[in-house]
Ligand binder design. Structure first.
Ligand SMILES: Cc1ncc(COP(=O)(O)O)c(C=O)c1O
Length: 327
């Protein structure tokens, strides 16, 4: 594992700070800290850049000239891939789910500013993601390019290393955390954090709050990543021994959809503590954490670390929902 952790291209500003939240701590009755992974970069910010440090290293080793990835039209991951490509002088092709929208805004606007080529696939086509991968990469190869495919969310054994690395920063902090919370989208951030805690022998209990899919889906994804470690590196990684918990009860009205009540809470946390969450991932994970604390699943006085995984560009396509609140 030590050797694998060296296989990276440094792009993120690390370590990210860990900040105490005094007013939210008072309100919730725990000692709440935020790991500011929303500060890993500016346009490249969030959790994905940590994974991309390792994926880019692999792409360069394999002599690729074009990064190819996939996600929703407002994917933070795709925007981070577009940024990382531009930063390292590679081309970028993004396969996006859904009809080409009338408005180019939020992450899609950044993808375009960064020079990424965007291709739109129907929701139906996207169900067969390996079909999308084959059709895009085959066409690129026919045109003389050397594509490197990055899976949804950068969540494979290579990308996961970024969060094994993140745990080292947490372990070096002078406070020991009883609980750590983060959002689950494609599962790699959780898998890496889990593996990292196991590897660093940290006793922190890890809670993943799903913003889509369910616990069974994520456990299958984690097993896939475990198999990749074995098949690609001949390494039997053991996820046992670190306490973890996936909660799939906070998806709400659906992936990337918010109630007015949720957005009101986002505004409240922002004005109370300068803690600006994104509506798709970190808001739902944070509300899941607050729910655990209020229901007594987390004892009063415990130290809790919430990993802010970024995603601020996701605020802007929600402007009409916020307008309702502010008019
Ligand atoms: C802002 C943000 N937070 C959290 C996540 C979830 O990370 P993962 O896909 O590794 O589960 C994502 C994934 O897209 C994200 O964009």
């Amino acid at each position: 594992m030590e050797k694998l952790l060296e296989n990276r291209i440094h792009m993120a500003h690390l370590p990210t700070p860990i900040q105490f939240m005094p007013r939210l701590s008072d309100e919730l009755g725990v000692k709440l800290y935020i790991k500011r992974d929303d500060l890993t970069e500016s346009i490249g910010s969030g959790n994905k850049i940590r994974k991309l440090e390792y994926l880019l290293h692999d792409a360069v080793q394999k002599n690729a000239d074009t990064l190819v990835s996939c996600g929703g039209i407002q994917s933070n991951h795709c925007r981070a891939v577009a940024w990382a490509s531009a930063k390292t002088g590679l081309s970028c092709v993004l396969a996006l789910r859904g009809e080409k929208p009338a408005e180019i805004e939020g992450n899609l606007l950044l993808d375009r500013i960064l020079g990424a080529e965007t291709r739109f696939f129907s929701v139906q086509d996207f169900r067969d993601i390996s079909g999308v991968e084959k059709s895009v990469t085959r066409e690129l190869i026919q045109n003389g390019r050397r594509p490197y495919w990055i899976p949804m969310g950068g969540s494979n054994a290579i990308g996961t290393l970024g969060y094994v690395q993140m745990v080292r920063e947490v372990a070096a902090f002078p406070v020991a955390f009883d609980h750590l919370y983060l959002a689950l989208g494609s599962g790699g951030t959780f898998a890496g954090t889990w593996l990292g805690c196991r590897h660093a022998k940290i006793q922190t209990r890890i809670h993943g709050i799903a913003v889509c899919d369910d616990t069974a889906y994520f456990m299958a994804e984690i097993l896939r990543i475990k198999r990749e470690f074995r098949d690609w590196y001949g390494m039997e990684v053991d996820f046992e021994g670190a306490e973890q918990h996936i909660d799939d009860h906070h998806v709400g009205i659906g992936y990337a959809l918010n109630t007015d009540r949720e957005l009101e809470q986002l505004v409240r946390f922002a004005s109370l503590e300068g803690l600006v969450l994104d509506p798709v991932y970190t808001l739902k994970a944070f509300l899941g954490m607050v729910n655990h604390i209020q229901k007594g699943k987390i004892e009063k006085g415990k130290t809790v670390l919430f990993v802010h995984t970024g995603g601020h560009s996701g605020l802007f396509p929600k402007h009409s929902e916020f307008r309702r609140m502010f008019s």
